[in-house]
Every structure is written in structure tokens, then in C-alpha cells.
Design a protein around this ligand. Structure first.
Ligand code: HEM
Length: 487
């Protein structure tokens, strides 16, 4: 099979209906910026896509329509609509425009693949991410965190964004791929950075044409994709040469993170009919887990550090909670129960992912005619649901731009309508690593709060502007000064 960048869409996927223009819409289009000068919509969209979508929601309501490069887009923002697209009518949709570009790096891994490949891979890969396996990862997460924080010296300024990225990459490399992947960390980090940056503008149809331009900025994208594929292929070849499979053998249900790693399991996995994953399929899953497993969590932690600096009472409550954690006293990993019994950390993370959802949009393409919240969605339409927009709806989140973790006490997640808060998506495409990410971010957040405070270097602008790419990233490195706490 060719590498991801040039691989064609697999024949087994449902054919994509051709894109529609506004004129093809049956009946009256949902409202939107229809009559603006051509190009204005595109310019606004390119300048800041999440802000563009939020503005549409505020102006036109829960269902909006607009056109990009002549193709019809429907924005669907009410919780009921989000829930229908992601969960109830999931089979009527394929992953949308942005994923075409992501597929150039991640191939047919879980994030970008479609049925029937998706279901087969998801069934094989879910065991290592079961809740009951998580205790097995906590030791490595805590050790990596301690190693990283030991390097954060009192009084120094650290680039919080890149440090969080390095820490979460180290955790993914150690927990999922054993020590092998760590040797390649610098190379992976460099090429991932380019790949993620070039996946930008994820929803603009037709962008791939630019990838063929002989300009260095565009040429760097295929090179980075190829480089990542090469690292993953090398890891696989080394593992074959060492003849080392996981202790679980071919049975994912026996997988134990303390003795196995995911690479061993992926190579040994067998479906019900006895067939396994090919090396190319394993390569795509390795890259998918590296990408989805570190960038998102690193962004949450960076945003959380910035927001906490604006909320001294919340930070004090978090520090009190960290001071009361027995596992931090005893310098050991927490059990899952211990990590989950830290309500302030939980609320801080919830609120951070509300305002700065790492995955801020879920682009889909309608495979058939379907109705969503009373709105007709014709086959071929691009549909966007957006965590960024729906998480800022004042109907569920009063004073939505305010960082206020206490709102989760007044109105816990279970009291919100389905679809109102979906940082991990939903339905059969819900995040595979949700529990892994929650455990990891709690461990890191509490370990930081126990040892130090991070102060913004520019106190007038404690929260950096965003630079939305494939994920919702802060712009720049987010420099902050380390102040060790005395207790
Ligand atoms: C705070 C951290 C994270 C957030 C907010 C997050 C969010 C998401 C979201 C929203 C999706 C669904 C995308 C869509 O429907 O279009 C997703 C899918 C996925 N995530 Fe995460 N994620 C996080 C961390 C992780 C981690 C740590 C891993 C793995 C170690 C991971 C692995 C995956 C995979 C494999 C999928 C594809 C699942 C499928 O389609 O079957 N994620 N994630």
C-alpha cells in the first residue's frame, strides 16, 4: 500500500456524493451570509474560523448556511443537532473536509478511517483504553511528569506550550510504544509540528491543489508526512526483528499496560476471523495515536495554566487539593480512583475544554438525505458542528466567555442537554483516549499545583490569543515564570 500522502480513498468506503451548491438545496436555505460580496465569507473564514462560526451562530441562530469555494456548508449548533449528527444519525455522515487533509498524514488510522475499516479497527483497539486498564498507565504518567517538572527551576521562564507538548509526547511514547519511540521523539515532534500546522484551514475544500505547488512551505507537508511514516515503519521493523510481541499475545482482553505496549498488541491483534492488521495498517494507527494522543492534551494543559493565572481563588483551591493528595506525598502514581477524586482539578479541566476545546469542530459530509433538528440536510452537504460554538451558548453557559470552573458545581455535566458539552465528541467516533487523557491531565495538573505556580510573563495579557489549526492551539510558546511554592 502506498504511504498516506498519496494513497487513494479505499474502495470499501461509501462513495461520497458530489458536493452541492446553494442552488441545489431543496426548499428554503437556513439563514446565513448569503448576499455578501464574493470572497468576504472566505476571508472571514480564513482569518479565524472558530470566531467566524461563533459570529454566524449569534447572528443567524442554531442552523446556518454559507458557501465556500462554491460548496454548500450547513452549521448546526444546537445541542440536539450536535447529538443527532454525532450520535443518533452517525451512519448518515462521513468524516468531512478537514479529514481529507489529515488523512494525508494519518492514512487509514482510527481518526480518519471510515466504515467498514473503522469498526474493525475500533473493535480490535478498544481494550487497551478500557477504564480498568488505566491504573497501569498512571505510573509512567507520574514518572514522566516528575522528570519534566524537575527541570522547571525556580525563577526561570519556560515556554509552557512546547514543554507540555514534549511531556505528553513522552507519555504517549512510553505508555503506548515502550521505550523505542522515545529515541525518535525529537524527529517525531519536528515533523508532527509541520504536519499539524499544514493541516490548518482544515475545512476549506480544494486546498489540496496547493500541496502540489513547488513552494517550500507546501513542499514541507509531504516531506513531514513521509518522515513520520518512515519513523513508524522503522519502529515496526525493529519490533519484528526483535521478535518481541506483547505478553497479551493475540488477545487484547489480556492486555496489561504494565507488561505490554500497544505496538506489540497492534502487531499481534487478530479479528474474529483470525486475520490481523497489516504492517501498513499498524503504521497508520501508530501515527494516529501519536498525533491524537499528545497534541490535544498538551493544549488543554497550556490553556489551563494560562486561565489559572487569571483566577487566583481557583488556583488556591487547586493547590489545596493538590496538597491533600496522598499519592503526591508518597511520591507514587495515583490509582484511577484517587485521580478522579479531585473535584477542583476536574472542574478546571472541564472549564478549560469548554472555552478552549482542543477539537473545536467536527466536519462531516452527508452521505444521504437526513433531517437534523427539523432542518433538511441533503446528501453531499458539508455539515459543521463546533464544540467552540456550542460550548459558548449562553443558554447553557451563562456569561460564556468567562473562565469560571465553579459553573460545573452549579450545573454539572449530567444536567446539561445531550450535545451541549462534547469535548470528546460522541457516538461511534467518540474519542478512544478520553479516559487516558483525563487521567493524564489530572496527574499533570495536580503535580504542577503541588510544586509550583506559573505566572504570565506579560501580566496585562495572561491568556494568549488562539491559533486554531487542526486543534485549538494557543499562539506562540506561552512563556510563563516558574515560582516554586513553599509549603
Ligand atoms: C484532552 C484530550 C483529548 C480530546 C479533547 C480529544 C478529543 C477527541 C474528539 C472530539 C474526537 C472525535 C473527533 C470527531 O468526531 O470528528 C477524538 C477522536 C479520537 N481520539 Fe481523542 N481527544 C483527546 C485525547 C486523546 C488521546 C490521549 C488519545 C489516545 C491516546 C486519543 C485518541 C483518539 C482516537 C484514536 C480518536 C478516533 C476515534 C474513532 O473515530 O473511533 N485522543 N478525540
Amino acid at each position: 500500500m502506498p504511504r498516506a500522502f498519496t494513497a487513494p480513498r479505499p474502495d470499501s468506503y461509501a462513495p461520497l456524493p458530489p458536493p452541492l451548491s446553494r442552488r441545489d438545496y431543496p426548499g428554503e436555505l437556513p439563514p446565513g451570509p448569503g448576499l455578501t460580496v464574493p470572497g468576504v465569507t472566505l476571508a472571514k473564514f480564513l482569518a479565524d474560523t472558530p470566531a467566524f462560526l461563533l459570529d454566524l451562530h449569534r447572528r443567524y441562530g442554531d442552523a446556518v448556511s454559507f458557501s465556500l469555494n462554491g460548496q454548500l456548508f450547513l452549521g448546526m449548533f444546537a445541542p440536539e443537532m450536535v447529538d443527532t449528527v454525532l450520535v443518533r444519525a452517525t451512519r448518515s455522515f462521513a468524516k468531512g473536509v478537514g479529514f481529507d487533509r489529515m488523512r494525508k498524514v494519518l492514512g487509514e488510522g482510527l481518526l480518519t478511517n471510515e466504515e467498514p475499516i473503522h469498526l474493525r479497527h475500533r473493535r480490535m483497539m478498544h481494550a487497551p483504553f478500557h477504564r480498568e486498564r488505566l491504573d497501569g498507565y498512571a505510573g509512567t504518567m507520574a514518572r514522566s511528569t516528575t522528570d519534566e517538572l524537575d527541570r522547571w527551576h525556580d525563577g526561570t521562564v519556560i515556554p509552557v506550550g512546547p514543554r507540555m507538548m514534549a511531556l505528553t509526547l513522552d507519555i504517549v511514547a512510553r505508555t503506548l510504544f515502550g521505550t523505542d519511540a522515545r529515541e525518535h521523539s525529537a524527529r517525531i515532534a519536528h515533523s508532527m509540528e509541520i504536519a499539524i500546522d499544514r493541516i490548518e484551514r482544515t475545512m476549506l475544500p480544494g486546498l489540496d491543489r496547493l500541496d502540489r505547488l513547488p513552494l517550500p512551505w507546501f513542499r514541507a507537508f509531504p516531506r513531514a508526512a513521509d518522515d513520520l511514516a518512515e519513523v513508524a515503519e522503522q519502529l515496526i521493523a525493529e519490533r519484528h526483528a526483535a521478535g518481541r510481541a506483547g505478553a497479551a499475545g493475540t488477545d487484547p482482553e489480556r492486555y496489561d499496560p504494565r507488561t505490554d505496549d500497544l505496538l506489540g498488541l497492534l502487531l499481534a491483534l487478530r479479528d474474529d476471523d483470525g486475520s490481523g492488521l497489516t504492517d501498513d495498517e499498524v503504521r497508520d494507527e501508530v501515527l494516529t495515536l501519536i498525533l491524537s494522543g499528545h497534541e490535544t492534551t498538551a493544549n488543554v494543559l497550556t490553556w489551563a495554566a494560562a486561565y489559572l493565572a487569571t483566577a487566583p481563588e481557583v488556583r488556591a483551591a487547586l493547590e489545596d487539593e493538590a496538597d491533600a493528595q496522598a499519592w503526591l506525598d508518597e511520591d507514587r502514581a495515583p490509582t484511577l480512583e484517587e485521580a478522579l477524586a479531585a473535584p477542583v482539578a476536574g472542574m478546571v479541566l472541564n472549564e478549560t475544554m469548554r472555552l478552549a476545546p482542543p477539537v473545536w469542530v467536527a466536519p462531516r459530509r452527508a452521505l444521504e438525505d437526513v433531517e437534523v433538528g427539523g432542518v433538511a440536510v441533503p446528501a453531499g452537504a458539508h455539515v459543521l458542528v463546533s464544540q467552540y460554538v456550542t460550548h459558548r451558548d449562553p443558554r447553557w453557559f451563562p456569561d460564556p466567555e468567562r473562565f469560571d470552573p465553579c459553573r460545573w458545581l452549579q450545573r454539572p455535566e449530567r444536567d446539561l442537554p445531550k450535545g451541549a458539552y462534547v469535548p470528546f465528541g460522541g457516538g461511534n467516533r467518540r474519542c478512544l483516549g478520553e479516559q487516558f487523557a483525563l487521567l493524564e491531565s489530572r496527574i499533570i495538573l495536580l503535580a504542577i499545583a503541588r510544586r509550583l505556580r506559573l505566572e504570565p510573563v506579560d501580566a496585562r495579557r495572561p491568556v494568549p490569543p488562539a491559533q486554531p489549526r487542526a486543534t485549538y492551539r494557543p499562539r506562540g510558546v506561552v512563556p510563563m515564570r516558574v515560582r516554586h511554592r513553599s509549603r
